[in-house]
Design a protein around this ligand. Structure first.
Ligand code: OAD
Length: 239
């Protein structure tokens, strides 16, 4: 096993078998809600109560879930691979942390964190948020929001992510439909910098043609099997 740097993009499909809904599958979140109402700054300005209710419901739903075999396999990869392993997740759940991953970037924020729009304070938040919730730092009410990135907002840590992609030897995309940019563009960035690129997903994603290799199946099966392969020393390289 060598010193290769592995960068892994994860999406909702990774947590699906833990019991968290995906967004674009037939019974996914965007089949039940209009993202413009609940996941944009404009939707929040129009009807903050509706947005708080949506995220309060999702935060409660995330409360009882546990990391699955795919999260655990990725944490094992970070522990046992000689080179660096970084996970860039679009997921707002805390399942990578629960499994033990440490080199982790939450590019779309975290459901268990609250952000005060008035003073910028961020802190862990496991209960409900409302217009009456006061910021523990500045004391103002009305400006508290979930610390998640909405459509139209810039994802977090983009500079750091781009630096990681530039030096990646292997780029894996797991459980994401490839619909949302800038994450959907990472495969092209990694590939143009020389990385081998592999998609692991239940089915072919929007970006399938951009990957050098694809492996299909449920994350709890294909991810542990692929990690075993990598840890045996079978690191693929784009010729
Ligand atoms: P999507 O719901 O768009 O895609 C989930 C992908 O996971 C699909 O391609 C499914 O086929 C696949 N999938 C489902 N179950 C799976 C399983 N058991 N094993 C492996 N794959 C499975 O979710 P994301 O791509 O993560 O952003 O969505 C990206 C962003 O769009 C989210 O972060 C969120 C959403 O709107 C914001 O809210 C800003």
């Amino acid at each position: 096993m060598g010193q290769e740097r592995i960068v892994i993009l994860t999406g909702a499909g990774l947590s699906a078998e833990s019991g968290i809904s995906t967004f674009r599958d037939r019974d996914g979140i965007w089949a039940k809600y209009d993202y413009r109402d609940v996941a944009t700054p404009e939707g929040f300005a129009r009807n903050p109560v509706r947005v708080h209710e949506f995220y309060n419901m999702r935060r409660r739903a995330h409360g009882g879930v546990r990391a699955n075999a795919a999260h655990h396999a990725l944490a094992r990869l970070e522990r046992e691979h000689e080179g660096e392993v970084w996970i860039v997740t679009q997921n707002v759940d805390a399942l990578h942390e629960e499994a033990g991953s440490r080199n982790l970037i939450h590019m779309h924020g975290e459901i268990f964190q609250a952000l005060c729009a008035a003073c910028g304070d961020r802190r862990r938040w496991t209960g409900d948020l409302s217009l009456e919730t006061e910021c523990a730092a500045c004391g103002k009410a009305g400006g508290m929001r979930p610390d998640v990135v909405w459509f139209g907002e810039m994802p977090y840590h983009m500079e750091r992510i781009r630096t990681l992609l530039e030096d990646a030897d292997l780029f894996l995309s797991i459980g994401t439909s490839g619909n949302v940019y800038p994450a959907a563009g990472f495969v092209a960035e990694a590939r143009s910098c020389g990385a081998h690129t592999v998609e692991l997903n239940l089915e072919s994603s929007e970006g399938r043609s951009l990957f050098a290799e694809a492996i299909y199946g449920p994350a709890t099966q294909v991810v542990p099997a692929y990690v075993d392969r990598l840890l045996r020393g079978d690191i693929p390289h784009t010729p």
